[in-house]
Design a binder for this molecule. Structure first.
Ligand code: FPP
Length: 251
């Protein structure tokens, strides 16, 4: 945590955040690492390294606030198309993050979960990922859900195949399929839908993220690039969320 920051209790009071009205699930599209680096004449990998520091700060803040679930879009199915150098840098950053944060997760009761085509991750990353998920599985404090090699459409295709196979095998009556059946066969079957979706770096798009799950999520897009995204701005966004009138399609 940044030593210049006021204690979280002071910041919560100052912002007027109601701890009883926090989102149950915050999802974040962490965008802008490349542009952050370019602005400083650094390489994209330096941007991702700085982005990983922001990840630590936002995970810590979410845990301190008592947000039950935080999902971070760390690597999309489309990201495999980036240069070999950038992909391997992101993979090694992810591995380093998991190794260094495991004790922090244990200390703070954080349970790690991951969604996406995890089988596509390199062996060493997958091993550390599964070990950390196993080690943290009884932690009661917060679910840190990493979207890795994740794509919303691929998730829906996977769910459709599972349901079709069950129907073909005679264990599922197609007429009995409801929205709950669909939700129960997505990667996120054990998580609530996001109440709040944040995207950094100002792009006005969803980028194949949690397509089914964000049906009623509140959206917040900030122009701040992910490496510059601070605890202060995160708290402001949570305060703004608390002032929204969520109608879920009702008048
Ligand atoms: C988008 O920035 C970000 C990513 C593709 C990866 C996100 C990864 C991190 C924040 C660091 C590692 C993650 C963890 C969990 C330790 P971009 O490269 O698309 O930026 P640009 O749009 O400005 O080029």
């Amino acid at each position: 945590m940044n030593s210049k920051q006021a204690p979280i209790e002071e910041a919560i009071l100052e912002k007027g955040i109601d701890l009883h009205q926090l989102p149950v699930h915050v999802a974040i599209i962490m965008d802008g690492n490349g542009r952050w680096a370019k602005q400083r004449l650094l390489n994209r990998i330096n941007g991702h390294e700085k982005g990983a520091e922001t990840v630590r700060s936002i995970v810590t803040t979410s845990r301190e606030l008592g947000i039950p679930t935080l999902t971070l879009y760390a690597f999309s199915t489309e990201n495999w198309q980036r240069s070999t150098l950038e992909v391997s840098a992101l993979m090694s950053l992810l591995k380093k993050f998991l190794e260094s944060e495991k004790p922090v997760m244990m200390e703070n009761g954080i349970r790690l979960n991951a969604i996406g085509q995890l089988e596509r991750l390199p062996h060493d990353v997958r091993n550390v990922l599964y070990q950390t998920i196993a080690a943290t599985r009884n932690n009661p404090g917060m679910v840190l859900n990493l979207a890795l090699s994740y794509g919303g459409r691929a998730e829906i295709v996977r769910m459709t195949r599972i349901l079709a196979e069950k129907a073909a095998a005679g264990s599922l009556d197609p007429q009995s399929i409801t929205e709950e059946t669909v939700s129960a066969h997505l990667y996120t079957h054990n998580l609530p839908d996001p109440d709040l979706l944040i995207r950094t770096s100002g792009e006005m798009r969803i980028s194949n993220f949690l397509l089914w799950q964000i049906a009623y999520s509140e959206l917040h897009i900030t122009r701040t690039l992910w490496p510059d995204f601070s605890r202060d701005e995160y708290l402001d966004i949570l305060k703004d969320y608390q002032q929204r009138d969520r109608r879920f399609g009702n008048a």
